[in-house]
Design a protein around this ligand. Structure first.
Ligand code: NAD
Ligand code: TYD
Length: 351
């Protein structure tokens, strides 16, 4: 990794992809706060999931630049690297929703697979010393039974077009290290929750529907288990991996926090004072992974990372954030998203 010094301080210029999305925008806020000497370049195509409102207040920060660009655009990616000369890349840009990938996998293959390769090529053309942190997901491991946890050595067995596209990108990142000696690290995190998550994902969707007394669509029996991590804990793990992760390695990220979906939905209803009669059991997601659970021992023992937020405190704060930011929810739900939403759930709601 190349570091330059200005006035005796270590200076780093980091290029983030997908910085207008849920995790990316939280990461931009986090890094500007935690690394005041770093410069950030945010490259985002502003798809339905990317929203500059998530970054309001920082546009005028002299250490931050936004570039509206698609990572599958080779010419533009090369010129972005030429102009900004980053020391490191944090690659988050992706199509991220499993249900959408079932309806149409093509944008997932384009952005998650092709886009990752184009970004790797642009990074390598710029410098093989440029550290490339690839933000992947625990979903590449497939599904677990009632016991056990995913380790970094667990074989990849993706079950959805989304997770298959992410697993493909993990393989391309691995190949870039083996073939070209690129300085890459891959992370695989469990489900995130917190502010600015697009309300197609479980937690913000259920909060928005419950607030409006609309049905809460629970897939199948609702006993599927997810391992929830607060988004800024993911951000602190990414910073630890960027600064101290071993080149060529994979790090799992998770907070040992498993919950069946139905219990999460009940917690939301309870906090909002809404009745359980709002729950609608709908047709299950095809290929639905039953249980995810991450073993983060490598990250904690090698890099000293631990999560700082508990579900018991951070979930109620998150629910309150969506209630307090009703206008944000309504704005991002408008337009293209509503067509998708009514198409999909119009069929699934089994009243
Ligand atoms: P998101 O859907 O909220 O945001 C994705 C961002 O990428 C958006 O800002 C979008 O505009 C941008 N983008 C999409 N296609 C692009 C393209 N072709 N070029 C440039 N920008 C593009 O996603 P998220 O939940 O913030 O996830 C971020 C990353 O973290 C993804 O790579 C995802 O696979 C991974 N991840 C997410 C979770 C989770 O729980 N959300 C868990 C583990 C890993
Ligand atoms: P989601 O937030 O889409 O994340 P992922 O599929 O990547 O884990 O879904 C989390 C869990 O919630 C998953 O088991 C599917 C389930 N789910 C529902 O039961 N109803 C819903 O409306 C949604 C969006 C998800």
């Amino acid at each position: 990794m190349q570091l330059t010094k200005r006035d005796g301080r270590v200076l780093m210029r980091v290029l983030i992809t997908g910085g207008a999305g849920f995790i990316g925008s939280n990461l931009v806020h986090y890094l500007l706060r935690e690394r005041p000497e770093w410069d950030l370049v945010n490259v985002d195509a502003l798809t339905y999931a990317g929203n500059l409102e998530n970054l309001s207040g920082i546009e005028s920060n002299p250490r931050y630049v936004f570039v509206k660009a698609d990572i599958t655009d080779t010419v533009t990616m090369n010129s972005v690297f030429e102009e900004h000369r980053p020391d490191a890349v944090l690659h988050l840009a992706a199509e991220s929703h499993v249900d959408r990938s079932i309806l149409d996998s093509s944008p997932f293959i384009r952005t998650n697979v092709l886009g990752t390769q184009i970004l790797l090529d642009a990074t390598r053309a710029h410098s093989t010393d440029c550290r490339f942190v690839h933000v992947s997901t625990d979903e590449v491991y497939g599904t677990l039974g009632a016991t056990g946890k995913f380790l970094e050595t667990t074989p990849l067995a993706p079950n959805s077009p989304y997770s298959a596209s992410k697993a493909s990108s993990d393989m391309l990142v691995r190949a870039a290290h083996e073939t070209f000696g690129m300085d890459v690290v891959t992370t695989r995190c469990s489900n995130n929750y917190g502010p600015y998550q697009f309300p197609e994902k479980l937690i913000p969707l259920m909060i928005a529907n419950a607030r409006d007394d609309k049905p809460l669509p629970v897939y199948g029996d609702g006993q599927q288990v997810r391992d929830w991590l607060y988004v800024t804990d993911h951000c602190s793990a990414l910073l630890a991996v960027l600064e101290h992760g071993k080149s060529g390695e994979v790090y799992n990220i998770g907070g040992n926090n498993e919950w069946p979906n139905l219990e999460v939905v009940r917690l939301i209803l309870e906090q909002l004072g809404k009745p359980e009669s709002l729950i609608r059991y709908v047709q299950d997601r095809p290929g639905h992974d039953r249980r995810y659970a991450i073993d983060p021992t490598k990250l904690s023992s090698e890099l000293g990372w631990t999560p700082s937020r508990t579900f018991e405190r951070a979930l109620p704060e998150t629910i309150q954030w969506y209630i307090d930011n009703e206008t944000w929810v309504e704005r991002v739900r408008s337009g293209q998203y509503m067509d998708y939403f009514s198409d999909q759930y119009g069929e699934r709601l089994s009243e």
